[in-house]
Design a protein around this ligand. Structure first.
Ligand SMILES: [Zn+2]
Length: 363
């Protein structure tokens, strides 16, 4: 299978978290799944008004706090209208490539927590004009078919304007390998790593108190870093999130240097010029991170990327300021229904973070 027996519970955690519903703005089900996985692994748990979940494992020195954060939310859709024939129109929630939304099975979560399934329809291939052929329909042109004939019938399913929807797809490992494909590996993969870190810290005492956060609202603007830092007041914030690998046919390592299976990604720099956000991780932090990886012979990759950011961006600007950086997990096809990651990368990432905490020094 390509991964160790100890990674089995990590695999189960990943599957469970990935299969939970957690579109930005409606992360409650993922928070519940996370709580079940965290059973017995923490000293304290609290949730803030926004829904960020914070689990604490006390260290020998309670005044030293390290905040590890992975976001619970996934990209999705929101119902903007229901027409008289029962079809819904949708807006995107989070950053989408319109090409990935056509002819998908979606699931919407109602105010009562009921699941309503639908498919995204568009003009059939036989009918499109020459001009339309080969062009991706925009999300605004799509409609969702619930198998109903009227607005009343659709509403009788419990669906209303404002309900969030996501991809309806059960994740699984590909062909008995440790490559896992799922709808929300970004960032349930990171969240599974954090559960695993606390699992491995269960019988070990480390110097700093470890605050592990499952954050909300990352996909609509990386908003949680600031409120998290203000609550926890850590000296170090590390986001554990996905990154784009260059190991698929259309890309090259010159464009994206990460590769599945090549070790934990250590964040040096990310920047999104469109929304002017990102982190230039300070030398002293990246230097320390590399030193720990080298000391314990943990394979690592240096990550420099344009076109994205993490919760560390917002954490950096919070309160009186804390050091903020990140570790990255290469994930193929992020922000689609068929993301692919490698379980051994999660295993190595968890190992690395445990070593970092065991060897912790204030910078
Ligand atoms: Zn993410």
């Amino acid at each position: 299978m390509g991964y160790s027996v100890k990674a089995q519970s990590l695999a189960d955690t990943l599957v469970k978290l990935d299969n939970s519903f957690g579109v930005t703005g409606d992360e409650g089900e993922t928070a519940e799944a996370l709580k079940e996985e965290m059973e017995g692994l923490y000293d304290e748990h609290f949730a803030d008004a926004q829904g960020n979940q914070i689990y604490v494992r006390h260290g020998k020195n309670k005044d030293k706090r390290v905040l590890l954060s992975a976001h619970m939310d996934e990209i999705g859709y929101i119902v903007k209208s229901i027409d008289k024939s029962g079809f819904a129109r949708i807006f995107p929630v989070g950053f989408h490539d319109d090409r990935m939304s056509i002819n998908q099975v979606l699931v919407f979560r109602t105010a009562e927590g009921k699941k309503v399934q639908g498919v995204t329809g568009c003009k059939p291939a036989h009918i499109v004009t020459e001009e339309e052929r080969g062009k991706a329909a925009r999300i605004g042109e799509l409609f969702v078919d619930f198998g109903t004939r009227s607005a009343e019938e659709t509403r009788s399913l419990g669906l209303e304007i404002g309900d969030y929807g996501g991809f309806d797809r059960a994740g699984h490992f590909l062909n008995n390998t440790d490559y896992y494909t799922g709808k929300s590996i970004d960032d349930r993969g990171g969240l599974a790593v954090l559960v695993e870190v606390l699992r491995r810290l269960k019988d070990r005492d480390v110097e700093p108190s470890v605050y592990m956060a499952g954050s909300v609202q990352e996909e609509t603007g990386m908003r949680a870093g600031n409120p998290l830092v203000n609550q926890v007041k850590p000296e170090l914030f590390l986001a554990v999130d996905g990154t784009i690998p260059g190991d698929i046919p259309p890309l090259s390592y010159e464009e994206c240097s990460q590769k599945l299976g090549d070790g934990v990604g250590i964040k040096f720099y990310d920047w999104d010029s469109g929304i002017t956000c990102g982190n230039s991780v300070p030398r002293k932090l990246t230097g320390r991170m590399i030193a720990v990886a080298k000391k314990y012979n943990i394979p690592f990759q240096r990550e420099v990327i344009m076109g994205g950011g993490t919760d560390a961006w917002n954490a950096w600007q919070a309160g009186t300021g804390c050091l903020a950086g990140g570790v990255s997990i290469p994930m193929r096809y992020m922000h689609t229904a068929v993301g692919v990651l490698k379980l051994s990368d999660l295993d190595i990432c968890a190992d690395y973070l445990v070593k970092y905490l065991e060897d912790y020094v204030t910078l």
